[in-house]
Design a protein around this ligand. Structure first.
Ligand SMILES: NC(=O)c1ccc[n+]([C@@H]2O[C@H](COP(=O)([O-])OP(=O)(O)OC[C@H]3O[C@@H](n4cnc5c(N)ncnc54)[C@H](O)[C@@H]3O)[C@@H](O)[C@H]2O)c1
Length: 365
């Protein structure tokens, strides 16, 4: 006798349910995606396109890590010390065309630095050539469209000569230049009150952290998603303060990272069904990037240097944690190698997240 489970208005026999979950033939998959579809989604076209592109090539490491012909848009990748830059290098090394969305506040510095001879080592790829950023778009990720930009920002010397720096304007320009993109990287965060404990954080500071560091991902996925190819992939960067208490990482930034991880799951569902796009986040270990160094400290050692010391003293893996570790993990998530991976928060932190006590605590000396 077959047992059955209730599924919407249908009763589905257990055998049918197994088929529904593990269906292998294209016919069964089309039928099942119809059964699983809600009014929110219409995945059958996107899913069949993804399947076709996957079927076109055998599943080998060489094919799946060859990103030639793919276009990757990266926001927050303009500092050679940061995670975004490391991801850009891995993508460029794999053959992708990389284009940047760069915060107007740092645009001039980036353009100046990028051309310097001293940057050549930072741009060097594994075959000795230099990473080329095909195009740089000014992008302030706290604005979706021009109506939201305050007058003082419009008139600011770093913004006033820029053609369009809101997320929608950049999406429109990228569409004009490239048609569609394959990869979207969100490697940015900002919280003006990051040094304040949550108890002392103002409403404005909290909401600014959330807007720049979390809603920016929602806005970017919803707007870029429309010009992403089926099978496309999004990666952002989170931090363990989303789930565990990290004194010194305040101002609502821990809240923003919790949002980022939660939104990753919901966006994975919605963007997966709508466009066949995957959405994942990497929960990165501590590294002295420009943004992290700017957090400062309480007069003594900067927060990030203490956090790195703690990480090195207490992680299961004792080697030096570098941006390249995140770059390589992101390459995996952004490539067809991770074709069935979506909605995950992947810790890339030398394993620190599994520890339940501090090895260097005086209590265990
Ligand atoms: N460094 C760490 O220890 C660490 C640890 C975990 C997670 N992260 C996360 O990694 C990501 C990248 O940061 P990073 O540490 O590599 O530093 P970074 O300085 O290389 O990158 C931060 C970027 O954010 C950009 N940015 C800030 N506000 C912006 C805005 N409104 N619009 C567009 N861009 C804006 C900056 O221009 C900069 O390029 C962030 O999400 C950060 O929270 C960092």
């Amino acid at each position: 006798m077959q047992s059955s489970v209730k599924h919407g208005e249908e009763d589905i026999a257990a055998n049918d349910l197994a088929e529904l979950l593990f269906a292998a033939t294209p016919a069964a998959t089309v039928r099942n995606s119809y059964r699983l579809t809600t009014p929110l989604q219409n995945p059958s076209i996107a899913h069949s396109q993804v399947r076709m592109s996957e079927e076109a090539k055998p599943l080998t490491v060489g094919n799946n890590l060859n990103l030639e012909g793919k276009v990757a848009f990266l926001c927050g990748a303009s500092s050679e010390k940061g995670f975004g830059w490391a991801i850009a290098k891995e993508l460029a090394d794999a053959g992708a065309t990389v284009i940047f969305g760069t915060w107007p506040m740092g645009l001039k510095i980036f353009e100046r630095n990028y051309k310097k001879k001293s940057m050549e080592d930072e741009r060097r790829l594994s075959d000795g050539s230099l990473m080329e950023v095909a195009k740089v778009y000014p992008l302030d990720a706290v604005y979706d469209h021009q109506d939201q930009v305050p007058e003082d920002v419009k008139n600011n010397k770093r913004y006033k000569d820029l053609a369009g720096f809101t997320i929608q304007e950049v999406v429109d320009q990228v569409e004009k230049d490239y048609g569609q993109i394959d990869i979207l990287v969100h490697a940015l965060a900002n919280g003006p009150e990051v040094t304040k404990p949550l108890l002392e954080t103002s409403r404005e500071g909290y909401l600014e952290a959330s807007s720049a560091s979390a809603y920016s991902l929602v806005s970017m996925v919803s707007r870029f998603g429309k010009i992403m190819k089926p099978g496309g992939s999004v990666v952002s960067i989170s931090y363990i303060a989303s789930r565990q208490v990290i004194p010194g990482y305040g101002g609502g930034m821990s809240s923003a990272k919790a949002q980022l991880e939660s939104d990753t799951r919901t966006l994975a569902f919605e963007a997966g069904r709508k466009w066949g796009v995957r959405v994942n986040t990497i929960c990165a270990g501590c590294m002295a990037s420009r943004a992290a160094t700017a957090i400062g400290g309480d007069g003594g050692k900067p927060f990030i240097m203490k956090a790195i010391d703690y990480q090195e003293a207490n992680s299961p893996l004792t080697g030096k944690f570098v941006a390249e570790h995140v770059g390589k993990a992101a390459l995996f998530l952004l490539s067809p190698m991770a074709g069935a991976v979506t909605g995950v928060t992947l810790p890339v932190d030398m394993g620190l997240h599994v520890m339940g006590l501090s090895l260097d605590s005086p209590a265990f000396a």
